[in-house]
Every structure is written in C-alpha cells, then in structure tokens.
Design a binder for this molecule. Structure first.
Ligand code: RTP
Length: 150
C-alpha cells in the first residue's frame, strides 16, 4: 500500500505557547509516522513563497509577518490518507468555527493565530515538502506498523 505524505507546520504561536509536543502527540497517536522535522526561522521571502497563492489577499502582509515572527516547526508526516485526515486533525481555518477535538478547535481563537498549517491536497503537499525540505528526507522506517496498517 502506498502511503501519502503531508507537510505540517507548527506556526510561531504554537511554538511560543509550548504546543509542539501536543501537536506531535496527536499525529503520532493517530498512527501517522513522523518522517522529517526541523525548528527554523524563515525569511520573509520564503514565507511569501510558501503562501504565494494568497498574495492578493488583504491579510497576506500580516500573515507573512506572523510566520516570520518566531521559529516554526516544519514536519513531514506519512500515512494512509494523511493529507485529508491531517486537515481533520488540524480543524477549520477559523478556530472559532473549528470543532472541539481538533487542534485549532482546542487551542486557538483568532484566525491569524491558528497554531498550525497542514497541506490541503496531495499535490500541494508534494510542492510544500520540496520547498521546505530541499535536502530530501531520509528513509528511516521501511515497514508499516502491523498493528496500525492492514
Ligand atoms: P494553512 O494554509 O495555514 O493551513 O491554513 P488554511 O489552509 O486553513 O487557510 P488558508 O485559506 O490557506 O489561509 C492561510 C492562513 O492565512 C491566515 N488567514 N487569515 N484574516 C483572515 O481572514 C485570514 N484568512 C486566512 C490563517 O492563518 C490561515 O491559516
């Protein structure tokens, strides 16, 4: 069975609020595999590239400022339908509309401080992983867990 990969980023507010372990725990406990991770500060031009599709939006400037305001945790997670299921774990963009039980529903209030990013399609996941991990990803687990995957 081919497993998908997705790009997940804990945004600066999630890092500053001590939510790194919480986010990682939720993805791990679901049964997804952490394939790559780094804590980094990104340049303005890099944040603009990541959010290029939103460049015409009125909130674009504020969004880029927010992403460069502190370190972020960039991760690649792997698993069955991890892109769409990862978005469910993340919750709706506006945290006040996000269901309790989701990361944004449990830990955030403002749309501009919504803790986490998750790729919204397999194609965008591929692009975002290539952007954030140009060095590539080391293969460290070749066998799927027999108690998680049939
Ligand atoms: P993300 O890309 O961060 O996972 O978020 P998303 O797909 O749920 O939402 P998207 O529409 O791609 O927006 C990206 C991020 O921009 C900020 N935003 N602010 N002020 C506003 O109206 C507004 N709308 C979006 C949020 O931080 C959102 O996650």
């Amino acid at each position: 069975m081919a497993l998908e990969q997705t790009f997940i980023m804990i945004k600066p507010d999630g890092v500053q609020r001590g939510l790194i372990g919480e986010v990682i725990g939720r993805f791990e406990k679901k049964g997804f595999y952490l394939k790559a991770m780094k804590l980094i500060n990104v340049e303005k031009s890099f944040a603009e590239k990541h959010y290029a599709d939103l460049s015409s939006k009125p909130f674009f400037g504020g969004l880029v400022e927010y992403i460069v305001s502190g370190p972020v945790v960039a991760m690649v997670w792997e698993g069955k339908q991890v892109v769409s299921t990862g978005r469910k774990l993340v919750g709706a963009t506006n945290p006040l509309a996000a269901e309790p039980g989701t990361i944004r529903g449990d830990f955030a209030v403002d749309i501009g401080r919504n803790v986490i990013h998750g790729s919204d399609s397999v194609e965008n996941a591929r692009k975002e992983i290539a952007l954030w991990f140009p060095e590539g990803i080391a293969e460290w687990r070749s066998n799927q867990h027999p108690w998680i995957y049939e």
